[in-house]
Design a protein around this ligand. Structure first.
Ligand code: NOJ
Length: 772
């Protein structure tokens, strides 16, 4: 049995290197190898997939070989969808429309711009994640999009400057796992398939795809070199939760994993996904991520997007010459068609792509996907995107200000908002650390969309001023604006932009810092609102005495302004919490600040060694040298205060305390015994302030032989002023275990487990222990 595959191979690679300075070429590349796992397991209809598989098998039995091959590759142009699997009219199969992305449907009109993944992470709200996904799913369905290309749990956010961290929820696998699970359930409740992406270890944009260097040499994609334990305890964890929740599709990623491309890696596809997790759906490539023909199919790839010349009839040729089993092609198609049946798309779904015009100016029907019913959920998702981290002397909520002065390039709606740029809306995709053409409500790339409207902060502030009879002044263009001496409050809007295709340059920028500092030097009550697509450090002004308020707003979607004003004026009480750690200075992220670069002997085969293991984000800050964060993971203020008491930890009666889970038939998600509840933790939380509010009670545990603390529970509760609520955390066998690389099982540790409950990862007033 293969054990710690990454590390073993790394050591082997170093020991056998052909000389320390020799450049590795395709003849000598072997660093961080991925073990072979063949053959590809057939989907059999495990769990609730049984009837879908029965129908799919009957369907596939009627197909010719050419029809089968056609179903395993799509087209990406001229359909209006990001990708399209063509119809087979004679069997009444209308095709499958797949489209981006996880923050709202891209490439069309009459849709909503939802809060981004990082904002859902900041909400720490299961129910909200579910209802957001349910309403978003309704939109996909009305538009005839069979499969949403999302949600994202890779990247997890290992690299602080990662360009796509904002598309996912959190740097913590447990929080990501719960939120992706609710998102999958919500979207699929509307019969829309989910393509959970990017599978797996897709942690940087730099060198995500093969390129050619300036001398014309081919440079392969970066390889994420990961050991088996880290893979299970960190990166696979939320994907496992997605499969458990019923996810129907996985999008394999661009980069390599232990030097094998994500879409032809038999260990991650055949091994982890289709064997260990019992995945019954199908695997689609990220767009253009196919780098092999039948080698990919044999490694577990099912559908190529878009169609390429190394696929097509080569599959049937390969079957004819014996290099590929006919049963593999049947399995690829069966998995695809089973998904279609599993979600009842054969009976209840609109025509694929009905609301997806190929361009804004092409004649098309107005298929309206927005709805009034979605509005409260849209707004609440935007509200809970915001995390209040500084509130000196309770300057917020505002108390009938007579003059509000507004500054910064991020306060207003873009001057041009039309549906050009392939309906992407003009958030330019060029590299920049700022988005200076209007408020940042979403990041850049395939995750952005064209919402029904953009309610910018200044729009909402003016509406409120009208109601209150307040005055508003603004200057969106000056780096050192003039501040009216009588201003009651100065609101400064800045952002931290990130886009697909690039990692970020820095965690802060001097232009935005200058605006904040210049305003704060002249305004005693300066509140900074940062729309941040990832971590944004604030070392230049966080301790400025005139900076009385700081809000990390993240990417709230189209209701960004309305949501902010609700919070500023106390119509809503802030309840967002940071889904990552904000460091005092960028260097505190250490080697995980920046992406890996091609260098030295690996310049043609860039390597990214995940040698930190599970120690990313707060796990790294808490480790050994204990780096003090500016704002810890899980942190966020409210307009009220909460006290904690009555910690109770109890083992579930009758639950097995055997070291390994009892063996059981694998179901989607893996061995079902991993999800048996072993421990229940309860506590009491009291709202000790004068206004109602929501608290996110957090449970961290120290597992013997693991990090000091790991999140293993959270409960978001609404509590009226002066009242108390009970919070409950249920821990499964997997929650309490570590991955045993020898046994290839989750192992319950022996010894003392430490339990901590409280407000964030560094403020945990309740402590207890449990012995196994
Ligand atoms: C590439 C991106 O990585 C992926 O997330 C997206 O779904 C596809 N392009 C299709 O647009």
């Amino acid at each position: 049995m293969f054990t710690s595959w990454g590390k073993t191979a790394l050591l082997l690679g170093l020991a056998l290197g052909s000389g320390a300075q020799d450049v590795i070429t395709s003849d000598t590349a072997f660093y961080g190898q991925s073990p072979p796992v063949y053959p590809s397991p057939e989907g059999t209809g495990l769990g609730d997939w049984a009837s879908a598989y029965t129908k799919a098998k009957a369907f596939v039995a009627q197909l010719s070989d050419d029809e089968k091959v056609n179903l395993t590759a799509g087209v990406s142009s001229n359909t209006g969808c990001s990708g399209f699997i063509q119809a087979i009219d004679r069997l009444g199969f209308p095709g499958i429309c797949m489209s981006d992305a996880g923050n709202g449907l891209r490439g069309t009109d009459y849709v909503n711009g939802w809060s981004s993944g990082i904002s859902v992470g900041a909400s720490w709200n299961r129910e909200l994640a579910l209802s957001r996904a349910t309403y978003m799913g309704q939109e996909y369905r009305k538009k005839g999009v069979n499969m949403i290309l999302g949600p994202v749990v890779g990247p997890l956010g290992r690299v602080a400057l990662g360009g796509r961290n904002w598309e996912g929820y959190s740097t913590d696998p447990y929080l990501s796992g719960i939120l992706v699970s609710e998102t999958v359930k919500g979207l699929q409740s509307q019969n829309v398939a989910t393509s959970v992406k990017h599978y797996i270890a897709n942690e940087q944009e730099t060198n995500r795809n093969p390129t050619t260097d300036s001398d014309g040499n081919a440079v392969q994609s970066v390889s994420s070199n990961i050991d088996d334990k880290t893979m299970h305890e960190l990166y696979l964890w939320p994907f496992q939760d997605a499969v458990l929740a019923g996810a129907t599709n996985m999008m394999c990623s661009y980069q390599r994993i232990n030097n094998s491309y994500g879409c032809q890696n038999s260990k991650t596809l055949n091994g982890l996904l289709k064997t260990e997790l019992g995945f019954q759906g199908y695997v689609v490539t990220d767009w253009g991520a196919q780098h092999a023909g039948i080698a990919g199919a044999n490694a577990g790839l099912d559908v190529v997007m878009p169609r390429s010349s190394t696929w097509n009839s080569n599959l049937t040729d390969a079957i004819a010459n014996g290099t590929m089993e006919a049963s593999r092609l049947d399995d690829m198609v069966t998995r695809l068609i089973a998904t279609w049946y599993y979600l009842d798309q054969d009976t209840v779904f609109p025509h694929p792509g009905v609301g997806m015009p190929s361009s804004a100016s092409s004649p098309h029907e107005a298929v309206i996907a927005t709805s009034k019913e979605a509005k409260p959920v849209l707004l609440q998702s935007a509200i809970e995107s915001h995390v209040l981290v500084k509130n000196t002397d309770n300057t917020l909520p505002l108390k009938s200000p007579k003059l509000i002065s507004v500054f910064g390039y991020d306060a207003y709606a873009p001057l041009k908002y039309d549906l050009s740029n392939n309906f992407n809306f003009g958030l330019d995709r060029e590299r920049s650390d700022l988005y200076q053409n209007g408020t940042l409500y979403v990041g850049g790339g395939s995750g952005q969309n064209s919402p029904a409207y953009i309610d910018a902060p200044i729009d909402a502030i003016k509406r409120r001023a009208y109601e209150d009879g307040s005055s508003v002044l603004w200057d969106f263009t000056s780096e050192a604006p003039t501040v009216d001496y009588t201003s009651d409050v100065c609101l400064v809007f800045i952002n931290a932009y990130a886009t697909e295709g690039y990692d970020r340059e820095a965690l802060s920028d001097t232009y935005s810092d200058a605006i904040v500092t210049n305003v704060a030097n002249n305004c005693g009550n300066t509140i900074v609102v940062v729309h941040n697509a990832g971590v944004r450090t604030a070392e230049a002004w966080v301790d400025h005495t005139n900076v009385t308020g700081i809000i990390y707003a993240h990417l709230p979607g189209q209701d960004t302004g309305r949501a902010l004003v609700e919070l500023l004026y106390g119509d809503s009480n802030p309840s967002g919490r940071l889904p990552y750690t904000v460091a005092k200075r960028p260097s505190d992220y250490g080697a995980l600040l920046e992406p890996s670069q091609p260098e030295g002997q690996y310049q043609y085969f860039p390597q990214s060694d995940f040698s930190e293991g599970v120690y990313i984000d707060y796990r790294a800050f808490d480790k050994d040298d204990d780096i003090e964060p500016q704002y810890p993971f899980g942190y966020g203020l409210s307009y009220t205060t909460f006290d904690y008491s009555d910690l109770k930890i109890s083992k579930t009666s009758n639950a097995s305390s055997a070291a390994y889970p009892a063996s059981a038939s694998i179901l989607p998600g893996g061995n079902p015994r991993l999800f048996d509840e072993l421990v229940t933790v309860t506590a009491s939380v009291k709202n000790t302030g004068t206004v109602d509010g929501q608290e996110v009670a957090q449970l961290y545990i120290g597992i013997p032989n693991g990090p000091v603390r790991q999140l293993r529970g959270f409960d978001k509760v609404s509590i009226k002023a002066g009242s108390s609520a009970s919070v409950t955390f249920s821990l499964t066998r997997r929650d309490l275990s570590t991955w045993d690389t020898n046994a290839q099982e989750w192992l319950l540790q022996r010894g003392t487990y430490n339990f901590y409950v409280g407000r964030n990862s560094r403020d945990l007033p309740l402590e207890g222990t449990l012995v196994y």
